[in-house]
Design a protein around this ligand. Sequence first.
Ligand code: P6P
Length: 338
Amino acid sequence: MIENSRIALTIGTALDRFIKNHQEEFKYATGELSQILRDIALSGKVVNREINRAGLINLSGNMGSLNMAGDNQQKLDVLANIRFTRALTKGGEVCAIVSEEEDDIIEVNKDANYVIAIDPLDGSSNIDVNVSIGTIFSVYRRVSEVGTPVTEEDVLQPGINQVAAGYVLYGSSTMLVYTTGSGVNGFTYDPTLGEYFLSHQNMVIPEDGKIYSVNEGSYNSFSPPVKAFVDDCRDKNISGRYIGSLVADFHRNLLKGGIYGYPATAKSPNGKLRLMYECNALAFVIEQAGGKASTGEQRIMEINPADIHQKTPIFIGSKKMVERVEAFHKEMAKVAQD
Ligand code: P6P
């Protein structure tokens, strides 16, 4: 008799089952957050399909409009924004959405408990050249009373208040990576089954790394501590890897160890990346995976947001590498004081 395991390979844990099995880990385990994760997973499948066919169904290129950041909106930016905001609205568990593609807060269901901050499609200028791109999301519980209109306090919360966060990476394979505060897990999408399956359980970033991801074209406008850090990476022959797509660089560094930095530059004096729907979300993931996320002087998740689209400098990745950036900042601040 042929042993079953030789003919029937086990299929991994499907996302839905994983969410159900781990619901009790979440302190507000009432199924609402599970619904939000399902809404995001579903939208990721739809966006994945549209990205893969973009060149064939005239979805490449830009809309000829600008988003809040003044970036050219790619057609897929707008489409991804529609897919995610519609799915989250239909899911019924969200009272407000902040999106990179929307100037103002989208008020959804005042009887719901959760606020979502999302970059529906980051790095979309890479679509036409077939480079991996991603969706980044952050989940908060509202602070005002359910049933009342959403307030600014519900939305402008520091990253330490996040109850979940993660990203969808549309790469050589499509992955959903998220945390609800009990570690980080990665799911790989199987398009033949239309399901995400657990492929990277309890992801942990190496404490130190041999990769740094910075746009060195801006080196001349970096501050002295940032220049000192980049020089130190060069002196140590650390590999420079910069794809120009945050989620792709972040994910590689999470798996292999490394650091991604987008510091203040002449063109972006406050950095380029958005606190609410890029930096906080990835900071929650990296801290849950044993890494760090800092401006060089302050923990990203402790920044109190003043504006839904505000930017921040960021260094994120292996703990020891981020600590080296912080040490250069501290050292040079002391010299400047003396
Ligand atoms: P630069 C894409 O526009 C993005 O927001 C990130 O995905 C990426 O890491 C960064 O900007 C690239 O910016 O100025 O280096 O081209």
